[in-house]
Ligand binder design. Structure first.
Ligand code: 6PG
Length: 244
């Protein structure tokens, strides 16, 4: 697998690096196939990146398609809604056509119907692109302290999904909201997968993901078939990595 590890002093530097990658990839993909597609995560880590990317007006936004990696089954107005977060920090500030934005809508009656609706959205994108899988150009992922990524939590059936593109997930602990997530076939079909991870509380999990080939953590199941895998880490998240 084509894997790179990059360590940055802080989120600001990490965001600058990711922006340079985004600029290159988006221009390149638009030139080659007329379209650039990215699936974005919620969480705290990517916010600085979204805010900085929002200032890049001259990118090929008209030809950029944005998908969501996952969503909590909460109303759009909720602070926990990923689409709301991504809209507020990025999409409302750039001239991307509304038809190019593919949110996971939580106005459905249940997380299951919300996942089905999102799967149809992905399928219709595939149909336009004449592919079976969406083959996103960029998948931006985070990692939780328990090794989850997207809304793929340890021990949940979603991890074994091989056919569906999006499924609903009950994380396990009662207090946590139900969610909708894209599945591993979609993630592993991407051209580039970036894990953005910061903070000391993630150092242990980062070490396992990078150094233990036998890890069974959900994030360790991210193995792009032909795409590139990049770990973008701050110094704290990278602090337990062995020197090499
Ligand atoms: C979310 C993501 C989740 C996230 C990780 C890391 O919407 O919360 O689905 O997978 O990327 O939990 O979150 P932080 O960036 O907040 O640490």
């Amino acid at each position: 697998m084509n894997k790179e590890i990059h360590v940055f002093r802080n989120k600001e530097k990490m965001a600058d690096f990711a922006i340079q990658k985004w600029i290159k990839l988006s221009r390149d993909r638009v030139k080659k196939k007329g379209i650039f597609s990215a699936a974005l995560s919620g969480g705290e880590t990517p916010v600085k990146f979204y805010e900085k990317l929002a200032q890049r007006e001259k990118l090929p936004w008209a030809k950029t398609h944005i998908f969501m990696v996952d969503e909590r089954f909460v109303p759009y107005e909720s602070d926990e809604n990923n689409y709301h977060l991504i809209n507020r920090t990025l999409l409302l500030h750039v001239s991307i056509p509304p038809k190019n934005i593919h949110p996971i809508l939580t106005s459905e009656s249940s997380p299951q119907t919300s996942a089905q609706r999102y799967e149809k959205e992905i399928m219709s994108y595939c149909k336009n692109m004449r592919t079976r899988l969406p083959h996103m150009d960029l998948m931006l992922l985070g990692v939780g302290g328990d090794g989850h990524t997207a809304s793929l939590f340890p021990g949940t059936p979603a991890l074994g999904e091989t056919q569906r593109y999006a499924v609903s997930v009950t994380p396990g602990e009662r207090s946590k909201k139900e969610r909708i997530t894209i599945t591993l076939p979609v993630i592993n079909g991407a051209g580039n997968v970036f894990f953005m991870v910061t903070g000391e509380n993630k150092a242990k999990v980062v070490k396992e993901l990078i150094e233990d080939e036998k890890s069974e953590l959900p994030a360790a199941m991210v193995k792009p078939q032909t795409g590139k895998l990049l770990f973008l880490l701050d110094e704290s998240a990278a602090s337990l990595l062995s020197d090499s």
